[in-house]
Design a protein around this ligand. Structure first.
Ligand code: 13P
Ligand code: SF4
Length: 304
């Protein structure tokens, strides 16, 4: 890794009064360099509260859009314009309008992994870190539409007992993790606890020990008296798990669990982003104001 490049990033950061936010699935060198690394909920809180003029978002488009909605007066930069989330693109505004038309009395909860247009048509937004807590606050006498992730949706149904109408979206990266991978990893590491993300398919969740957002995984690994873990989520998080817990061991359920979009960001692109002030992410009105309503509700439910 080039020390000169890291120095350049620091200099540009000062010149632009920028803050660098990175998701837990980013390449290791990006997580190490960022001012804050976290899960989608933690990153949204940071984006809403920062004093910086510029937010450089090392993640995917829906995360940068979320930052732009929460802090419309800031300049939000995504260092790679093609870093999207296939799950977020599995439902569009027209499809959600049609679904709402079929269930006119239902509340709409959207996973933060969604487009700004879908957030604007939703009543509430949530992340995997607060989905259970948020669902428990919803009135019992209303139906619930949950989009776009059928896996996070079925996890919420299992844990809360609330009926929900689910959209059939999913994360391709998490569906590459299979129960056979978990079984083989358990055989190799019989003392290990299996930590899986709720975006995994139900058959993987069923053979896991804990179902956690990426931020919750980091907390769990730190406070647990267990020393070995099998990780069933995007493998980028293993870098920070290992760094924060040098005496513990972390094994991926499968080496295949890599999100190609998360890996499109590089140190060079972060430097170029601040040099050229691109790629700027903005959300037009009235979508921005409507989407902010559902995101503000998400930020009111922060689990301890
Ligand atoms: P969290 O970090 O909020 O658990 O989200 C996982 C994810 O898939 C982000 O794209
Ligand atoms: Fe989207 Fe899955 Fe990649 Fe997260 S890991 S950005 S949900 S494709």
């Amino acid at each position: 890794m080039s020390a000169a490049l890291l120095e350049k990033i620091q200099t540009l950061k000062k010149q632009r009064n920028a803050v660098i936010l990175a998701h837990n699935y980013q390449p290791g060198e990006i997580q190490d360099m960022a001012d804050y690394t976290g899960d989608s909920l933690g990153l949204s809180v940071q984006a809403a509260q920062t004093d910086a003029d510029v937010i450089v978002f090392c993640g995917v488009l829906f995360m940068a859009e979320t930052a732009a909605i929460l802090s419309p007066e800031k300049t939000v930069l995504l260092p790679e314009k093609h870093a999207g989330c296939p799950m977020a693109d599995m439902i569009n505004a027209q499809q959600l309008q049609e679904l709402k038309g079929q269930h006119p009395d239902a509340l709409v909860v959207c996973y933060v992994n969604s487009t700004a247009e879908v957030k604007a048509l939703s009543d509430y937004c949530c992340t995997s870190g607060n989905a259970l807590k948020l669902t428990q606050t919803l009135p019992d006498d209303r139906g619930i539409i949950f989009v776009p992730d059928k896996n996070l949706g079925s996890f919420i149904i299992e844990r809360t007992g609330r009926e929900m109408i689910l959209w059939p979206g999913y994360c391709p990266t998490h569906t590459w993790i299979l129960p056979e991978h978990v079984a083989a990893a358990r055989k190799e590491h019989p003392e290990a606890k299996v930590l899986a993300h709720p975006e995994c398919n139900p058959d993987v969740r069923a053979v896991s020990d804990e179902l956690l957002s990426t931020g919750q995984m980091l907390k769990f690994a730190e406070t647990s008296n267990v020393n070995e873990f099998i990780i069933a989520t995007e493998n980028g998080i293993i870098h920070t798990l290992q760094k924060q817990n040098p005496d513990k061991l972390f094994f991926p359920a499968t080496e295949k669990a890599i999100c190609p979009n998360m890996k499109k960001i590089s140190l060079e692109k972060v430097a170029w982003a601040m040099e050229d002030m691109q790629y700027r992410v903005t959300v037009p009105e009235p979508i921005c104001t409507d989407a902010k309503r559902s995101l503000d509700r998400m930020l009111q439910v922060i689990p301890k």
